[in-house]
Design a protein around this ligand. Structure first.
Ligand code: NAD
Length: 302
């Protein structure tokens, strides 16, 4: 398949990431179908996506007319057969649980045309962990997005069995949809940016679980020195505390690490109350006006 033949993009999962990824893909002229098992998740996605377009218009990444036309190219379904029909590229953003990912890829392998390229947006798993389940390991790799409202950086990470043609096509797709691809030569947990920020999250969670200082002061220190608009806890809120918990629990058990178990315990105390971060309007901070965005949060800092 050539990049000019890519017309239909299917996004598996209508959560935080499925919603975001639909925006650059539809702006690039692709037909975008978002598939989810949950009807309500799809309705919520269609309520939230216009807000992501609004941000793009405000940042002058597109005009209002382009945003309106792109929104018309996005549709949703709970019907896997309908979603899979004539799919050129799939990007999967279902929860960070290996068995859910394995099942959905194996399901879509049976429904999709031969040519369909499968990509995963996993944050922490390696494509080789799920490659066999896709039934098309040569046409499977990771295409990993960050928050598209903040950055167009994407990681492209093949596994040893991914074909050169699939890597090239996904790179071309990233470029066509306005993304900046970071090409990884080999599999590495956490890709590039996430590997670095993961170390910051671990440090921030350690400082908190050891009761060294408050969540606010950890973020204040980070923001005050780096002049970034959020600190590690604010960023975890926008990623989603449930996503952070799945990741932390998985690696705590895999590495039998008690520090990480304490980090998971802290995250779980929020998740169990339904406080998942920005998407539920409550996490480490309250939204839409989190304390770290108020002028007094950094008062006195030069
Ligand atoms: N949140 C982030 O900032 C971020 C960034 C990059 C990558 N990721 C990765 O993207 C993936 C999704 O994260 P998210 O934050 O969008 O999660 P989310 O919880 O916001 O959304 C997941 C969606 O998947 C749906 N779902 C669950 N099981 C399903 C199934 N079997 N079939 C179809 N849909 C199903 C849920 O209904 C939900 O709408 C994870 O692997 C995560 O690690 C997340």
């Amino acid at each position: 398949m050539d990049i000019k033949d890519v017309k239909k993009v299917v996004l598996l999962g209508a959560g935080t990431m499925g919603q975001q990824i639909s925006v650059p893909c539809s702006l690039a002229g692709c037909e975008v179908v978002i598939y989810d098992i949950n009807e309500e998740a799809l309705s919520k996605a269609m309520e939230r996506i216009p807000g992501i377009f609004k941000g793009f218009v405000l940042m002058k990444k597109c005009t209002q007319e382009q945003a309106d036309a792109a929104l018309n190219r996005i549709s949703t379904t709970t019907d896997p057969e309908l979603a899979a029909k004539e799919a050129d590229i799939i990007n999967e953003s279902v929860p960070e649980k290996p068995d859910i990912k394995v099942n959905i890829f194996s399901q879509f392998n049976k429904l999709c045309p031969e040519r369909t390229i499968f990509t995963t947006n996993t944050s922490s798993l390696l494509p080789s962990m799920i490659a066999d389940a896709t039934g098309r390991p040569d046409r499977f790799l990771a295409l990993h997005y960050h928050d598209v409202s903040i950055t167009n950086v994407v990681d492209i990470m093949p596994h040893p069995g991914t074909s050169k043609e699939s890597i090239q096509l996904v790179k071309d797709f990233a470029l066509r949809t306005g993304m900046l691809p970071i090409m990884m030569e080999k599999e590495h947990t956490g890709y590039v940016f996430n590997y670095m920020i993961g170390a910051v999250f671990t440090a921030a969670l350690t400082l908190k679980t050891r009761n060294v200082t408050s969540i606010e002061d950890i973020d204040r220190a980070w923001m005050g020195v780096t002049h970034m608009p959020f600190g590690p806890f604010g960023l975890m809120d926008s990623i989603g505390l449930d996503t952070m918990l799945s990741y932390t629990e998985f690696w705590a058990e895999k590495n039998d690490d008690n520090h990480w178990r304490k980090h998971a315990q802290l995250l779980r105390s929020y998740v169990e109350q339904g406080h998942l971060g920005k998407k539920t309007k409550k996490g480490f901070y309250d939204y839409p006006q989190p304390a770290f965005m108020q002028p007094e949060f950094l008062k006195g800092i030069e």
